[in-house]
Design a protein. Structure first.
Length: 507
């Protein structure tokens, strides 16, 4: 892995705590890819907490992304290098000079805690870093490897990987030109759920100053529910739900067991409840140690009060999933009734939604309750919890209807990713934007990117902080405006929900 050489303008070098890295220049930036922040979690280290990476001699090339962790095959991801060095980071910096003191943004990819790969074109951070920001992207363990509750293993190993990456940033980012005292973590979907979890994790305290959570999922598991899911995974494999049992299965074969359970989760509806309707086999576990409480409870109790928070969601969060499920434009009244009953966990939920939205048809109600339960209401509830705990928060909603696919998906889940990174014509999510990207997409992307980097630099994204009185919210659209939170009808329907850990129901 080591190579000799001397620094050059086209091949910048930095000396980290573990050894010297050689990157490359791209569009005026210094870029370093595939940097290990922990030892590979295989062999004796499998299902263990991450261990610091060992040092190396000579100069290590850092020009290719590291291999992604083993993950679900339900949604295809881009081909990447093979190997077990899953725990790596990538760094984009305007100037790798220890005296630069630039703000740092650390990206945690989403993917339902089941898929994720920092090497995707979607997450190329060149446009973000060009604003004068050091940007770090990372990989972490997923699925059973990272989130299953396994006897003999620490809980939430994927979150522990993220903490290890943030510790690497703390210890090394200065040589890349970053200020370790100005670190912002940001993520979308499961990445946003991870950000929310990090806010209340004792092991993450002091590792970041600001946080951006884009579409926070409300799914956190109780230990009982997580243990029952692990038993189902192990049954598929014919092994015990323990470290020794699951270690019999090679890492690259393990995700298939999760996919099998995912495909038939409705069989366990009486036992597992809401996660079977929108199949969700993985989530952080409120284990009482690594993750002592839910983000909503923790923030309301005053956790991370000194960490500035920016949080929000898209308007049509569930429409993309309806497309994936094959029900977009074809939702039946029966499907709507089931969703209203199961997701609200309220025998009167269907009536309350129909009365609150009297002009909505069945498909609109189906989209609303799915979006509200999974992303929209958990996101605004996180802002409310922050206010209750005495902290500061900025709230946004993305309402711009993307023209891709004829505009059928509206402001759907994931639309914020290309807008934040500015990758409007590459990557998987670029299909939402349209080809070629319209001028309004370019302008909106620049505005959002400017808000994110300003928040990372100074804590001010460009609109007033949210409070329990006015509830001022940045609406990202063309044009963008600031107004009272527009989804107030849904917020009132969910105002008594504290998004507790999801339970295991009686069999």
């Amino acid at each position: 892995m080591a190579a000799a050489g001397t620094p050059s303008e086209s091949e910048p070098q930095v000396r980290t705590a573990a050894g010297v890295l050689r990157g490359r220049r791209e569009a005026g930036l210094a870029v370093f890819r595939g940097i290990p922040f922990a030892e590979p979690p295989v062999g004796e280290q499998r299902f263990a907490a991450p261990r610091p990476v060992r040092g190396w001699e000579g100069v290590r090339p850092a020009v290719a992304y590291g291999p992604p962790p083993p993950q679900s095959a339900i949604l295809a991801v881009a081909d990447s290098a093979a190997g077990d060095d899953w725990l790596t980071v990538n760094v984009w910096t305007p100037e790798p000079d220890s005296g630069s003191g630039l703000p740092v943004m650390v990206w945690i990819p989403g993917g339902g805690y089941a898929i994720g790969n920092s090497g995707l074109l979607d997450y190329d951070a060149g446009n973000l870093a060009a604003t004068g920001t050091v940007v770090v992207t990372l990989n972490y363990r997923l699925g059973i490897e990272g989130f299953a509750q396994i006897e003999g293993a620490p809980a939430n190993r994927g979150l522990l990987d993220q903490v290890a990456a943030l510790e690497w940033v703390r210890d090394n980012i200065r040589v890349f030109g970053g200020d370790p005292d100005r670190v912002t973590v940001f993520g979308q979907s499961a990445g946003a759920g991870s950000v929310a979890a990090l806010l209340v994790m004792p092991r993450a305290a002091g590792l970041f100053r600001r946080a951006i959570a884009q579409s926070v999922p409300g799914t956190f598991f109780s230990p009982e529910l997580a243990t029952d899911l692990t038993a189902a995974f192990a049954t598929e494999l014919g092994v015990a739900p323990t470290v020794s049992g699951l270690s019999e299965v090679p890492p690259d074969l393990l995700p298939a067991a999760g996919d099998e359970v995912f495909a038939k989760m409705d069989r366990w509806r009486e036992r597992w409840g809401r996660i079977t309707l929108r199949p969700i086999p993985y989530a952080p576990v409120i284990d009482g140690d690594v993750l002592p409480t839910t983000p909503w409870q923790g923030l309301a109790d005053g956790a991370a009060r000194d960490v500035e928070l920016l949080v929000g969601h898209t308007r049509h969060e569930h429409r993309l999933f309806s497309l994936i499920d094959g029900v977009l434009g074809q939702v039946t009244r029966e499907q709507t009734e089931i969703a209203l009953h199961v997701l609200t966990a309220d025998p009167d939920g269907a009536r309350r939604y129909r009365e609150a939205f009297p002009d909505a048809d069945d498909e609109e109600l189906y989209e609303l309750v799915n979006a509200d339960w999974l992303f929209r209401m958990p996101s605004v509830a996180l802002a409310d919890a922050r206010i209750a705990g005495g902290g500061r928060v900025h709230l946004y909603e993305l309402t711009w209807t993307a023209p891709g696919m004829g505009g059928a998906l509206g402001a759907c889940h994931g639309l914020d990713v290309p807008l934040v990174f500015g990758n409007l014509d590459s990557g998987r999510t670029a299909m939402l934007i349209g080809d070629p990207p319209p001028p309004e997409a370019t302008e909106l992307s620049a505005r959002i990117r400017g808000s994110w980097t300003a928040f990372a630099a100074h804590g001010e994204p460009g609109w007033p902080a949210y409070d329990a009185g006015q509830r001022l919210t940045q609406i990202f659209d063309t044009p963008s405006t600031v107004t009272a939170y527009p989804e107030e009808t849904s917020r009132l329907l969910w105002r008594d929900c504290t998004f507790p850990a999801l339970p295991l129901h009686a069999p």
